[in-house]
Design a protein around this ligand. Structure first.
Ligand SMILES: [Zn+2]
Length: 313
């Protein structure tokens, strides 16, 4: 049975972190330095949306030794992600030139993380820790200067903070909340497709939570903006970290008060109601017209799958 057909649904990607974040060690510079040179320590090496993995037999290994990471061109100044079996795990980034250089090596692969994850090349249990590395490396690469005064900031607390030496402002890694919701109306659910989606694919509507907005209000606002549907009974279901670069997908359900869709063509190519039978064919990739639901890796599959199999809403 393929992942598209399996029920119970299991878990989406990037959840269930295997690491103990061991936040109490972040302020201990001496210990962090010792761990960086400890032979048991390991690192995930990322470059933009890609992960660097070492070929090993028929498979790959994502967790590299510090020495292997440095030989891949990883930048010193590591981010402490936490402990695994008592050993430190760090997140490390590489430059574009180093990534280019790795393409010529036959012992490592630099490849899109999402592709590797959906193909099962990387053990699912490691994806949450890799997501941590990816989001943190990205944040440091993009936030090297103080947003308050423009001075170069310095990494502190094992990478969990940047301090401005000039104005003393502290900067912390960001997480951007996104609501993603399955809206139902009787025995139909609302799905849309963005222009960037693969042909025939439909998924749950989604959008960023705005300043001073509740999750419930964000759900109601996004659904009305994108599809002209008013919602009631917003309920929380589950969350999924989404490291592109640092979102937290907040999965919700809601009931529609009307069913006359008005598609916002600036956001969506289409939005439609689908009944349960059609949605089932879409998530199992058996739809006669080739329509498809979201990948089991994504929280949207789990929102839709639960409803298709007779769950809430
Ligand atoms: Zn400053």
């Amino acid at each position: 049975m393929s992942a598209f057909e399996s029920f119970p649904l299991g878990q989406p990607g990037f959840v269930n972190n295997i690491l103990d974040r061991a936040a109490h060690l972040r302020g201990n510079d001496e210990r962090l330095m010792a761990m960086e040179s400890d032979a048991r320590s390991r690192a995930y090496v990322v470059h933009r949306d890609s992960l660097v993995v070492k070929k090993e037999g028929e498979g790959v290994r994502a967790l590299l030794s510090i020495d292997e990471a440095l030989k891949c061109g990883a930048n010193p100044g590591t981010i402490f992600l936490g402990l695994r079996d008592g050993a430190a795990v760090f997140g490390m980034g590489i430059s574009a030139a180093a990534a280019e250089n790795l393409m010529t090596r036959n012992d490592v692969i630099v490849s899109d993380l999402r592709g590797m994850a959906t193909q099962g090349l990387v053990p699912p249990g490691e994806l949450s820790a890799i997501a941590m590395a990816k989001s943190m490396v990205n944040w440091h690469q993009r936030h090297g200067y103080c947003a308050n005064c423009g001075q170069r900031t310095a990494m502190k607390e094992g990478g969990w903070k940047r301090d401005c030496p000039a104005c003393k402002t502290e900067h912390f890694p960001r997480t951007d909340p996104v609501v993603i919701m399955l809206v139902t109306h009787g025995d139909k659910c609302l799905l849309g497709r963005a222009p960037r989606f693969l042909p025939g694919m439909y998924s749950c509507l989604a959008g960023f939570v705005e300043a001073a907005e509740t999750i419930e209000d964000a759900v109601r606002r996004e659904v009305f903006e994108e599809a002209g549907i008013r919602c009631t009974d917003v309920s929380y279901y589950m969350t999924q970290p989404w490291p592109y670069p640092s979102s937290l997908m907040i999965g919700c359900t809601a009931r529609a008060a009307n069913d006359d869709i008005v598609v916002d063509r600036a956001e969506l190519e289409d939005a439609r109601w689908f009944d349960r039978d059609e949605a089932r064919l879409m998530i199992t990739r058996k739809h006669p017209d080739g329509l498809a639901g979201p990948h089991p890796f994504a929280i949207a599959h789990h929102l839709l799958g639960r409803w298709v199999h007779g769950g809430a809403t």
